[in-house]
Design a protein around this ligand. Structure first.
Ligand SMILES: NC(=O)C1=CN([C@@H]2O[C@H](COP(=O)(O)OP(=O)(O)OC[C@H]3O[C@@H](n4cnc5c(N)ncnc54)[C@H](O)[C@@H]3O)[C@@H](O)[C@H]2O)[C@@H](O)CC1
Ligand SMILES: [K+]
Length: 497
């Protein structure tokens, strides 16, 4: 499976290198792109006898002229509307010349009920908010509820960021070329794209690889090879021991969800480290999860080194205050180097002195994963949260600054590694918008880390499994149900190896 996600700049570099290597020239690529869109229109809208094709001034418009001509030859009634003319000598100008339909100005476009609309106004070259005639065309189309098939991207969606520049078509279907772009996966653009089809237009995999893309779709093929394998001679400690830090007596539920999820994700043993005051309440709720009194960093460190703890969950239910941040700095500075997942209130606590934490995390030699939602992210990285870049960009910058894998949660979760790799999750579901689901996610990550999975892959795999678990349960799920759904998800992954 081709998992690379290409920025518009990387995509145009792929086009350039493909053309340079031959035999396809730019017009050859454009013909293939137009053919892919036209055949999708014919196969997916077999009843469409009339099609409005809207063309912009660049190569996206060029694709549109190719589509219009193919549909005309297929016996379909095509009305062609153009915004501006392609520059002389360009591939788009050639496509326009080769199209036998005379275009009318876009200002004359009014959608007719029942017509399919092919949006070829702007694609990868969108570089400012849409306005004027294009904006009106988008609004008319939405009012008429005409089905839209977008070429490459719905006009108005930034391929780089997924942001809407001005306004954008809401497509039923988008046909893009070679690989997905961030705008197909990141919100809100993802919603405007509808179903996305990736068409092969003759760009070799070797060319894509030569451009060195570092962003990927988060699918099992990205991390399947690094999943823990359970050897015959496995015993509970070789499957890894997780320690999860409990909050006080009135804040213990969150970490129990993490602990259960870590166990379900395959950790051989999970111990809850509980302050004395919360020991009884935790004891009353635990069965397979072990319990240990722990009132200080020193006691925690003794336990971690004695029991060969490989991964820690630190955050759910803890107080968002300086002692929490201080304990984490103590754990990271002690030289034990277990994998650490920092979540929830611990992230808020670290925001009291971000620089102090970044100094410690830069020196830390173990795997480190931060799992903020947007609110926690804005507390720890206020300048990054305020900048205009994409969610992908923000997560990447944060990962570099924190010297940690950053999993930035949301319906379009992004996972970024300090080495520059990133993945965008696509299987998120609104079912996960329920209290405690984040605690389960941090537990799954820790469970995988304890079994030796590398941090970036463990975070990617956990985000994917978490969503699959929710999907397998369906509406009505609560976070408590998620750990119990993991065996089914793991079983399917195991079957796919
Ligand atoms: N050889 C290639 O590079 C190929 C490109 N392909 C197509 O080419 C597209 C990219 O082509 P281009 O780079 O020409 O870019 P576009 O065709 O997306 O748009 C560029 C043009 O739109 C103008 N523009 C951008 N935003 C605007 C706004 N808000 N309001 C008004 N004008 C605006 C720009 O000034 C420029 O003239 C892809 O999306 C894809 O559809 C395909 O044909 C495959 C091959
Ligand atoms: K388009």
């Amino acid at each position: 499976m081709r998992l690379e996600v290409l920025t518009p700049a990387e995509m145009s570099e792929c086009d350039r290198r493909t053309i340079a290597a031959g035999p396809l020239d730019g017009y050859g690529l454009m013909l293939r792109a137009g053919q892919a869109v036209a055949s999708t229109a014919l196969s997916r809208y077999p009843g469409a006898s009339r099609v409005d094709v809207l063309c912009g001034p660049g190569n996206n418009g060029g694709d549109g002229y190719v589509v219009a001509e193919i549909l005309r030859r297929s016996g379909i009634e095509v009305a062609l509307f153009a915004e501006g003319s392609p520059k002389k000598g360009t591939d788009a100008a050639r496509a326009r010349t080769d199209c036998r339909i005379e275009p009318r100005p876009l200002a004359e476009y009014a959608p007719t009920k029942g017509n399919l609309v092919v949006d070829a106004i702007f694609g990868a070259g969108l570089d400012r908010p849409v306005s004027g005639t294009v904006m009106r065309a988008i609004e008319f189309t939405a009012e008429a509820r005409a089905p839209v098939l977008a070429v490459d991207l719905p006009s108005g969606v930034s391929g780089e960021t997924g942001k809407i520049l001005g306004t954008a078509f809401s497509a039923e279907l988008t046909v893009t070329f070679a690989r997905l772009k961030p705008g197909h996966l990141l919100l809100p653009g993802r919603t405007n794209c509808g179903e996305v089809i990736v068409a092969d237009i003759g760009i070799p995999d070797s060319v894509v690889a030569s451009v060195g893309p570092k962003c990927f779709e988060n699918r099992p093929d990205l991390w399947r090879k690094t999943l823990p394998s359970w050897a015959v001679d496995v015993h509970k400690y070789s499957r890894g021991h997780v320690a999860a830090f409990s909050g006080g007596p009135s804040a213990t539920g969150a970490v129990r969800l993490s602990a259960l999820a870590a166990a379900r994700a395959g950790a051989g043993a999970v111990t809850l480290l509980s302050p004395s005051a919360a020991l009884l309440v935790n004891a009353a709720h635990l069965t397979s999860i072990m319990l240990r009194r722990c009132d200080s960093g020193v006691e925690a460190l003794d336990f971690i080194s004695d029991r060969r703890v490989r991964a820690i969950v630190f955050g759910p239910g803890l107080a968002p205050e300086e002692p929490t941040a201080a304990m984490l700095r103590e754990l990271l500075g002690a030289g034990e180097n277990p994998a650490v997942v920092v979540d929830a209130s611990a992230i808020t606590a670290l925001a009291l002195d971000p620089e102090g934490f970044f100094e410690v995390s830069a020196a830390y030699e173990g795997p480190l994963v931060l799992t903020p939602h947007e609110g926690e992210f804005a507390r720890l990285f206020p300048d990054l949260a305020a900048q205009s870049g994409s969610k992908l960009e923000r997560a990447r910058l944060a990962a570099q600054r924190a010297s940690a894998v950053v999993l930035l949660k949301g319906p379009d979760t992004v996972i970024a590694s300090p080495d520059g790799r990133a993945a965008i999750n696509f299987n998120g579901t609104p079912l996960l918008a329920t209290a405690g689901s984040g605690d389960v996610l941090s537990g799954i990550i820790a469970g995988l880390l304890a079994q030796g999975m590398p941090a970036f892959e463990a975070a990617c795999a956990a985000a994917w499994m978490h969503a699959e678990a929710a999907r397998s349960l369906g509406p009505g799920l609560i976070a408590d149900d998620l750990p119990g759904a993991l065996p089914g998800v793991l079983g399917n992954l195991e079957a796919g190896r």
